[in-house]
Design a protein around this ligand. Structure first.
Ligand SMILES: C[S@@+](CC[C@H](N)C(=O)[O-])C[C@H]1O[C@@H](n2cnc3c(N)ncnc32)[C@H](O)[C@@H]1O
Length: 298
């Protein structure tokens, strides 16, 4: 597992700049968010605290509030501008109901999924739609496991390595720089979940194809979404018109029925908070004896 992860400040800035227009183009995000909520509705849960991790513009926040009206919602994102947008859209969607005495206002938290500003064992449900692909799975799942109560649930989607494969290939025909972010595959994600101590992890993948008139239109949408190429080894500086034209020409090999496809490999996953809470002391992992009771040795 050695994907180079983008710099956090750049991720926050890129998504922050995207906040105002994000909803106009977040087609895939809506689809996978709906699918995650659908999967959630099959599980009987009465969560007290629900964390929308990488909440973005908050579209799923009001849907989670409808699912779990008694829960305290926590909306967390690395980009403060996204949180501002999420707060506004939540207020708009709850209308006058937000003034009712029992109405619970979400708490908005600026923070990093790899260093959650939350106490151990404090959350019953972590919902993360297309945000964890920006993180190192070993660190983010360890953090999720730390904050999840033992019977709490994690439900997430992430992106797999086949995502934007056409764009990656088109660029590869033009230069040798990485132009599309690298994504972890399902096996790496599963291993990271197990290593974090999450219980009964289940993963599957689904492919979605969005279509565009031109490669330019796809690249414009990615920019609006904030999902820009932030690879550490990316080519710095402006990309010339001629280079973009070459990428557009290379992308044409994928044209079918007059449209250009963009593949997304979506990883769906869930797991339960593990009983075993690890304690790191001087680089050594220690598990309290009382937590080993009733557990089989692995
Ligand atoms: C593609 S958007 C998805 C937003 C939302 N979950 C949705 O379904 O529309 C990814 C979000 O994850 C946030 N994000 C990226 N890296 C993060 C991190 N390390 N910690 C917290 N949020 C992060 C981004 O700022 C962005 O709002």
């Amino acid at each position: 597992m050695n994907n180079e992860l983008p710099n956090k400040h750049l991720v926050a800035r890129s998504f922050g700049n995207a906040a105002a227009q994000y909803d106009d183009v977040a087609v895939l995000q809506r689809q996978t968010g709906d699918e995650l909520l659908e999967r959630l509705s099959l599980v009987t849960l009465k969560p007290k605290r629900v964390l929308d991790l990488g909440v973005g513009t908050g579209r799923n926040l009001s849907l989670l509030a409808k699912h779990y009206p008694e829960a305290q919602l926590l909306a967390l994102d690395i980009a403060p501008a996204m949180l501002k947008q999420a707060r506004q859209s939540y207020q708009k969607s709850s209308g006058l109901k937000r003034w009712l005495p029992y109405a619970k206002t979400p708490h908005y938290l600026a923070g990093d999924a790899e260093h959650l500003p939350l106490a151990d064992n404090s959350v019953d449900l972590v919902f993360a739609n297309l945000s964890l692909q920006w993180c190192d799975p070993r660190t983010s799942f360890a953090e999720i496991q730390r904050v999840l109560r033992p019977d709490g649930l994690l439900m997430f989607t992430s992106l797999g390595p086949d995502t934007l494969r056409e764009l990656r290939q088109a660029w590869a025909e033009v230069d040798d720089y990485p132009h599309v972010n690298m994504f972890y595959d399902m096996h790496d994600v599963g291993e990271a979940m197990m290593a974090a101590g999450l219980a009964e992890p289940v993963l599957d993948t689904d492919r979605y194809t969005l279509t565009y008139d031109s490669a330019m239109a796809l690249m414009k949408d990615l920019k609006i979404l904030g999902a820009r190429n932030l690879n550490a080894g990316r080519r710095k500086g402006l990309t010339g018109k001629n280079t973009i034209k070459q990428v557009g020409d290379a992308y044409e090999q994928f044209r079918r029925d007059d449209l250009l496809p963009a593949t997304y490999e979506v990883v769906y996953g869930h797991a339960w908070g593990g009983q075993l809470k690890q304690q790191k002391v001087d680089g050594e992992v220690r598990i309290p004896l009382n937590q080993l009771q009733g557990r089989k040795a692995v």
